[in-house]
Design a protein around this ligand. Structure first.
Ligand code: AMP
Ligand code: ZN
Length: 461
């Protein structure tokens, strides 16, 4: 079955065709590590995870790069204001490199908690300054730049078209508010590639133009090129990247080698609160730890995201999180129920479930529909190990790590525990008849006992 994905470049669902057979080269814009990731940011990485898993499910191997922006992302995406890292360092009275290290680790730990399938390459901007320097020098040599006293700008008027993703005209204003615009900029959409560091700037490097630091947009172009080449398959990010950051990445790549770097551009919509984007500036954010405090484990947030297509906005409410929590329990219980089943399901039914699931995920990652197939399997009245196996197969895309799920804290009554202990003794004495009688008795009382290498496991029927 063919995989179809929506590309912002062509504004339509397209059949996915990789450049290399069975291998996908992909780039995802990573976090700016100046604060904890909020769950809005995490929606972008859950989408990335989902895409990786769907590609793998379709048999592709992956070479996927995600950057860590630890320098150069200014408060406004359109090159205005202070560097976010420097601002955080000033407010927290810390060294910006220390800030970057702390929040990078926090981000990676969040990824782990959500069981996000991690990109093969995670590249920190500060470890790729040389590669960015070479990239910018090539753009300069190709005649796409001009200098002001302290900045090397990309000259967007040199392109046949700027704005291929958002279809804006060269003179059109960026969507962000333009305050303190540099009067030396030639065109509204020109952007900084290479910036001279002021005396007090802590993140700076010795380069061909003196002590400088790179622009944020340049990081992704240079690192993408280093690991994935001039052309690769997919580029992902949040919808906020469409009008500026990704337009600028495309402009840079055209200036560098004349090509649009990725064939497909995929963008995930916002997580909102009260119809507003969840963001640090609006102070309406939650982190995974905030959710934990309110009794929601990270997988509940993952389940919540599956209730909406990635190209739709989703509104965060605790009521919806409660529903997702119930869904997660239903999924786990359904899996365990089938795992203990003994009935046989015919192949046709299994294949029908498989086909419907594949059709949904291959229709531009339609997870709400894919989940409806999962629920059909869970609710199948015939308890069968084949269905448990099928749920595990689907979990390759869902990523709830069901295989290792162990029910915690189920209250086993004292009476049952005593019977279990008695059965253990009977088995030690090789009294198999008594052991079987006790197992039946435990079952009659509503509990299932399973013998494993680590000892007996007891579950509610
Ligand atoms: P940043 O750390 O600000 O560079 O953002 C990291 C990623 O989170 C980017 O891909 C953004 O597009 C994405 N993002 C930021 N806010 C939201 C939100 N409320 N919902 C979904 N994605 C978001
Ligand atoms: Zn980027």
């Amino acid at each position: 079955m063919k995989l179809k994905i929506y590309s912002t470049l062509t504004k339509q669902k397209e059949e996915f065709k990789s450049i290399d057979e069975n291998k996908v080269r992909m780039y995802s814009c990573g976090p700016t590590v100046y604060y904890f990731a909020h769950i809005g940011n995490l929606r972008a990485y859950l989408f990335m995870d989902n895409l990786r898993r769907v590609l793998k499910y379709n048999g592709y191997s992956l070479k996927h790069v995600m950057n860590i922006t630890d320098v150069g992302h200014l408060v406004s995406d359109a090159d205005e204001g202070e560097d976010k890292m420097m601002k955080a360092a000033r407010l927290e009275h810390k060294d910006p490199f220390e800030i970057a290290k702390f929040y990078t680790e926090a981000f990676l730990s969040d990824m782990k908690k959500l069981n996000i399938d991690m990109p093969e390459i995670i590249s920190k901007a500060t470890e790729h300054i040389k590669c960015m320097e070479e990239y910018v020098q090539q753009i300069i040599a190709n005649g796409y730049t001009y200098e002001t006293e302290d900045t090397i700008y990309f000259d967007t008027s040199k392109l046949d078209k700027y704005g291929v993703l958002s279809n804006k005209n060269i003179d059109e204003k960026n969507t962000e508010a333009r305050i303190n615009i540099d009067p030396n900029k030639k065109n509204q959409n020109d952007f900084a590639l290479w910036i001279k560091a002021p005396e007090n700037h802590l993140m700076k490097w010795d380069t061909f133009w003196g002590k400088c630091y790179p622009g944020w947009h340049l990081e992704c172009s240079a690192m993408g090129h280093k690991y994935l080449g001039e052309e690769f398959d997919i580029h992902t990010g949040g919808v906020d990247h469409i009008p500026i950051h990704h337009e600028n990445e495309i402009a840079q790549a055209k200036g560098f080698c004349g090509k649009i770097p990725a064939h497909y551009w995929m963008h995930v919509e916002f997580l909102q609160v009260d119809s507003k984007k969840m963001s640090k500036s609006l102070r309406n954010l939650y982190t995974l730890d905030d959710l934990k405090e309110k009794g929601f484990e990270p997988y509940v947030y993952k389940m919540f995201n599956f209730s909406s297509h990635y190209r739709n906005k989703i509104n965060f409410t605790f009521k919806a999180m409660e529903a997702a929590k119930t869904s997660l329990s239903r999924l786990r219980e359904g899996y365990l129920k089938h795992l203990d089943g003994t009935e046989t399901i015919n192949e046709e039914t299994i294949n029908d479930y498989k086909e419907r699931f594949l059709e949904a995920i291959n229709d531009d990652l339609n997870m709400p529909v894919a989940m409806s197939v999962v629920w059909d399997v869970v609710k199948n009245p015939n308890k069968s190990k084949q269905l448990a196996e099928l749920i595990l197969e689907f979990d390759k895309v869902l990523g709830f790590d069901l295989k290792n799920y162990k029910p915690e804290n189920i209250e086993i009554p004292e009476e049952i525990l005593e019977l279990v202990e008695e059965r253990k003794k009977a088995r030690e004495n090789k009294n198999w008849e008594k052991s079987d009688e006790l197992r039946d008795l435990i079952q009659e009382k509503g509990y299932i006992i399973k013998d494993t290498k680590e000892g007996a496991e007891i579950k509610k029927k």
